[in-house]
Design a protein around this ligand. Sequence first.
Ligand SMILES: [Zn+2]
Length: 512
Amino acid sequence: MENNYTVLARKYRSQDFESLIGQDVLVKTLTTAINTGRIAHAYIFTGIRGTGKTSTARILAKALNCLSSDHATSKPCGKCENCLAIAAGQHIDVMEIDAASHTGVDNMREILDAALYRPTNARYKVYIIDEVHMLSTSAFNALLKTLEEPPAHVIFILATTEIRKVPVTILSRCQRFDLARVPVETLKKHFAWIADQEKIELSDGANELLARAADGSVRDGLSLLDQAIAQTGGHVDEASVLDMLKRTDRGTVVNFMQTVLSGDVNAALNKLDEIYNNGADLTMLLNDMMEWTHWATRMYPSLRLQDATSSPYTADQREIIKKINEKISLNTLSRIWQVMIASVPELQASGNQKQCFDMLIVRLMHIADMPSIPELLKQQDKEVVQVKIEQPKPVVEEKKFIEIKTSADLANALQQARELLLYSYYSSNLEIAEFTEGHIKYFDRKDDKEFAKKLAIWLKEKTGKLWNLEKLEQSTNQETISEHAKSEITSDPMVASAMDLFKDAEIVNISK
Ligand SMILES: [Zn+2]
């Protein structure tokens, strides 16, 4: 590769309105306005990063000042002195200010004072202020003053990723354009064209992955493409991009979801270990699993959307999803989605993502396993036990209710039912003030609003009775179950003497 490699985003930066990627509405509106001489004094461009705000600002500056015409033109030549200087960011009358790097912009007033003077070489003095939302209050006030009575030869072009942080007083004086996220198909076309120009191989699958990962940003997509070219020496295929993005391919995700929903905990956790050991990014994996859930829902037969072919899955993969859909309810899919969505911040905050993900899988399996409440009610009404064919294990077992009379009973029952999350929360955060069958009076140290709801549903299902969970506002200063177990152990004479022997010892785990 050449030494002076120019990054693709810069090399292929759009130089005129026609080559702006995916911003058709903006292009049409702006070019019409320029052609009919309706030029505003201030524009504001907003949109996520890499959608072409700064490129559009420069093109507009060229359009206003191109020497190929004696007035502003929607087709700047790109060759005249003004066009070249503006493209290089070196024109004396086109000021580019990055508010992100001059937050205070103390000299904003000085910069704007100069606006009063006529342009030196251009028709218009153009101020391009990038990330304008980052200006200080005093800088905004200076800007507002100029915007209120702009000299005829001055044009402001503001750009921001966070439009809500721009004062309304400024916004109301600007013509606003929202730059859309660039669609996957448009990005793919653009990347394929660039690959062609650069004479590199870019497989369709790899292109699709890059375009999706770019999430609507041309610049992000092109820097990924840069990276892929550097890593593969110009033979960019699906496998190398998957590897680079630490992504698991869709086929694996589809098979993984099949295992998770089959109810075989062991197989699912083993498969997860395998995916993890192959270097998958777990946040991405969750993303892919959510994508799966979204499409499985859209492909659900009773919804009759029939848009399976627009899904990103191959025919074989769609067939697997169809089979899974025959076995699970729409309700289950939507509960799976809820649990996944709730896990996104959890996963990000967790110091140990793998642990968090293991627990997520267990939770998902539980959902898939559990008949929904309407289903339960229906069964009680009819008193019919349905056995579905092809199910790895019968979903509906004959209901045997258990008795729970003490807090210890409940802890044991939770453990036996492998309700690990409920169990660990119950045993480490709850102070039990009173416990009789059907009634628990407790104080929750972590005050999790969802916990009592989940526990009550579980108790109703297991005992066949309604439970009243009464939460206390004040701590009762009682031990939780795990604290109790610990103090019981330490009071054992054997353990006490062992603790005496090892002064710094601490009990960290108790196993029976
Ligand atoms: Zn020109």
